[in-house]
Design a protein around this ligand. Sequence first.
Ligand code: MN
Length: 489
Amino acid sequence: MSEAKFNQLVLKVKRIDNQVDLAKLKEAFLFAQKAHLGQKRLSGADFIDHGLNTALILSDWLIDEDLLIAGLLHDAVEDGQVTSQQLEKKFGKTVTRLVMGVTKVRGLKFRGSNQEVFVENLRKLIITMAKDLRVVLVRLADRWDNLQTLYVHSPEKQARKAKETLEVYAPLADRLGMTEIKSFLEDLSFIYLQPEEYQKTVDLAIKFLKKAEVDLKQTKRQLLSALAKKSVSAQISARTKGVYSLFNKLSREEVNWDLEKVHDLVALRVIVENIEDCYATLGIVHQLFKPVPSLGVSDFVAQPKPNGYQSIHAKVFALKRVIEVQIRTEEMHQEAEWGIAAHWHYVQKKGKEISDEKIERGFSVPDEKINWVRELVAWQKEVVDSKEFLSSLKLDALRKRIFIFSPQGDVYDLPLGATPVDFAYAVHSDLGNNCQGARVDGQWVSLDYQLKSGQAVEIIKAKKRKPSRDWLDFVVTKRARDKLKKITS
Ligand code: MN
């Protein structure tokens, strides 16, 4: 059985990338098999199957020789009979670093620990990730496979793993732009944590989807033929919202379990060849279906989200319902589904090795798109007191975020409740220190105004103005608080 699984992996790798040394991959498989000889999982399967599953999941995200080998061998040191020296001799430094990184990260407990430990462990996870994102990819694939066999464990372990997944790993996947994985991790955890709510949500969605199916098919046909008439070649598919994310939406007060108010339960995803076609498609969509004025269009092509997400979202009336049409190129699609993994090769080709010292200083993360990692790493350096780090993290990192635009169109990722002063300090300390007034989307607001996602904020600078200590009453970011404390004390 293990051999069959390994052959499946080989077939997939062959199909996608011929640069991978298949003999070496085979060697890794035999090595892992030996390391876990005689070990069984609680489900009764051979232990090596878990390594193979992990590598198979990884091969969906990214074909990278060292990554796949590390996936195969990720438990070989911790659970198998292998030392890191043996591993390095056989497979080299990179694979060993990845495996040891995963082993280290695996030891981090998030549930059942007190909050300080939670945050300290989260910090370690982030640092490890900043060193090599592939460690986190292996960890996410590992968790994915473990969730699939979670049913064999005790209810306590199920709850602990599911909670940890919802609190740490799903948000992490989300921040890396790995939407597909995020949604999978959420849904599988949700089943264990709130089985009744899960069932209730699924039942409701299925009833609705059965009714909507015919409409959707017809809408899709209409759109395809309209696009063809204008010579836009496109692929259209329907995607359904994840169960957990649907549950969250249904639970909102203003929705109150009314599915008619969930406009993105089903979205039509239109994949076109280039950016010009994205906008041409938007025009065609609006000729065919009436836009919903209050919901309108979100253009994340011109203004990508901070995690790199790009697409045009248009809400329209199609037949009897409001549906969302998501328009994007194939490249944007790959990145939306697989996030950071989609452009790892590009990062890797630049060949930047990051030294530990650089990471300690908090400034070097392989990809400038994931600002938040860089921010977290920088913060942890500043923080002396771990309690303070905890409250800042709770405020800044784990809560919902909003995206604010500067007049130049730069995107800033701020916590919910952030004010113009928080924004000013996020841009630059000078701007914070000299902040006198703010305009939001062209309108004057007070400095304690709570910003909303998508707003453009312009800060009016005073020539000479000391910031006020009163601002401490309303700022929510750690950066603003620290700077204010310093300058007003
Ligand atoms: Mn594992």
